[in-house]
Write a protein that binds this ligand. Structure first.
Ligand code: A3P
Length: 273
């Protein structure tokens, strides 16, 4: 009888691919890779390595296609995926809800001005001939320069709009807004909140991080796959160009009232300058 029970248990406990229980839905250039890499340290988390883009690009392929792209998990382990473009995909909240109304959602947010510069720096690294940031962020309308709200790096920092869309489908307590600045300044404290939100034991702690002064960011003392120190790749934590202070001032003025709306809607004052 004991043998039979053992076989049954081990068969049931074998690893299988499951649809995700939690998603990192955004926001692009706010620290989504760092959040995922940190979470992967947890023994009860298994995450797809690459961005799957199911709810934006490949929805027509169906749930089975999506499931096949998920990592193998044991009973009790959480399956996760991160695709930052879900945050701004209009149909994503409805689609995610249709798949799993109890999905746990995580979105990292940071000062939208820094986010815009980070976004621009990424584009400029691929296209060295790209015009200067100031020229793209500010458009010259009737003789005076004003922030161009249609330029994608600027537009993506207007967080209230997508948040409203997600909150139309999901209860506020289903979405955790991770503080991108805190994720750099105190990763262990931010990860404690993340683990609590996901219903995980607090396994990821101060012991996992060290500050790498050459990189200027927290790195991992050991990663999921190796026992040696590990920082995020070269494309994370790039040097940003110096931006003209007048342009920065304009951007700050542009975002100030929009940030206020976001703080009110989210119930969190992020205190961005
Ligand atoms: P920069 O490269 O512009 O500094 P995403 O992963 O969503 O694309 O976000 C990238 C940003 O994550 C980086 O933007 C960096 O500021 C931030 N980040 C947060 N924690 C980090 C870490 N531990 N190492 C490197 N970058 C980190």
């Amino acid at each position: 009888v004991a043998d039979y029970k053992y076989t049954r248990l081990s068969r049931n406990a074998g690893p299988v691919r499951r649809l995700p229980d939690a998603l990192i839905i955004g926001v692009k250039k706010c620290g989504t890779r760092a959040l995922l890499e940190f979470l992967r340290l947890h023994p009860d988390v298994r995450a797809a390595v690459s961005e799957i883009h199911f709810f934006d690009k490949y929805y027509h392929k169906g749930f089975e296609w999506y499931r096949e792209r998920m990592p193998l998990t044991l009973e009790g382990q959480i399956t996760m995926e991160k695709t930052p473009s879900y945050w701004v995909t209009k149909s994503a909240p409805k689609r995610v809800y249709a798949m799993n109304p109890s999905m746990k959602l995580l979105a990292v947010v940071r000062d939208p001005v820094t986010r815009a510069i980070s976004d621009y720096t990424q584009s400029a690294s691929k296209r060295p001939s790209l015009a200067p940031f100031e020229q793209l962020a500010l458009s010259n309308r009737s003789g005076c320069s004003a922030v161009d709200p249609t330029w994608a790096p600027v537009r993506l920092g207007v967080y209230a709009r997508p948040l409203r869309r997600w909150l139309r489908r999901f209860r506020r307590d289903r979405l955790l807004l991770v503080n991108g600045e805190r994720l750099v300044a105190d990763p262990a404290a931010e990860m404690a909140k993340v683990q609590d939100f996901l219903g995980l034991k607090r396994v990821i702690t101060e012991k996992h991080f060290y500050f790498n002064s050459a990189k200027g960011f927290p790195c991992l003392l050991k990663s999921e796959s190796s026992s040696s120190p590990h920082c995020l790749g070269k494309t994370k934590g790039r040097n940003h160009p110096r931006i003209d202070p007048t342009a920065l001032k304009r951007l700050r003025e542009f975002y100030r009232p929009l940030n206020e709306i976001f703080y009110r809607l989210s119930g969190i004052n992020f205190g961005w300058p």
